[in-house]
Design a protein around this ligand. Structure first.
Ligand code: CA
Length: 223
């Protein structure tokens, strides 16, 4: 899952980015409103974490622009100003949730996962494929009912492939979900994670299409 973090406070931004990465998200960090707008115009994000007090273009103006252009990315607003008026303005402008600074990183991650669940829009979140089940909200994967331990990146890859069953995902597409801006992409990282996934979940789950990418095929019985 790729997140855009918009925060001009270097120390806070750095800490939040590290925490979100730890939780398995790919994070792009923009430090002013104009950079954030550019990112939103060119990349696709699962979530936006938005500070309201920003240089160049305020968070509120960015939010208004976002909704006026029908960009539906869920937005969690960060605000230092604990006033009812600010919260109401933010929520009216299209924010989906907000946190008052200072906040707890675990709470931010829990709220973001809740927003993701809502934005996907299903009541039950478990993706099932044969004997494999993946639940995004709890980051759990099981095979035949047995819990399988996956790293954050393995989980993200499996999640992406299960969301696109029968459709080949290129290595570049998959890397997009694993790495944020400026993060060094290990050259064979996708291959290595796929290798681990096969060892943990079965060698025939993920098919390699040489030179094209990876796919989890539809089960023949479930057309
Ligand atoms: Ca700020």
């Amino acid at each position: 899952m790729r997140i855009l973090l918009v925060e001009d406070d270097a120390l806070l931004g750095d800490g939040v980015k590290a925490g979100l990465k730890q939780a398995g998200f790919a994070v792009d960090w923009a430090q002013d409103g104009v950079a954030a707008k550019l990112a939103l115009e060119t990349e696709e994000y699962a979530l936006l974490v938005l500070d309201l007090g920003l240089p160049k273009l305020s968070g509120l103006d960015l939010l208004k622009w976002l909704r006026a252009n029908h960009l539906k990315v869920p937005v969690l607003v960060l605000t230092a100003r604990d006033t009812v008026a600010d919260r109401v303005v933010g929520l009216n402008a299209g924010a989906d949730d907000y946190l008052i600074k200072p906040f707890d990183l675990d709470e931010l991650i829990a709220r973001l996962n809740a927003l993701l669940r809502r934005s996907v829009g299903q009541v039950t979140q478990t993706l099932q494929h044969g004997d494999i089940a993946l639940t995004p909200s709890t980051h759990q994967v099981s095979k035949n009912g047995q819990t399988i331990e996956l790293s954050a990146k393995e989980f993200t890859l499996l999640h992406e492939l299960l969301l696109h069953i029968g459709r080949v995902q290129s290595r570049e597409q998959l890397e997009q979900h694993l790495y944020g801006w400026g993060e060094e992409v290990e050259s064979n990282s996708v291959e290595v994670h796929i290798h681990h996934l096969r060892k943990k979940l079965g060698s025939d789950l993920i098919r390699t299409m040489r030179g094209v990418g990876y796919v989890i095929d539809k089960l023949s019985a479930s057309v």
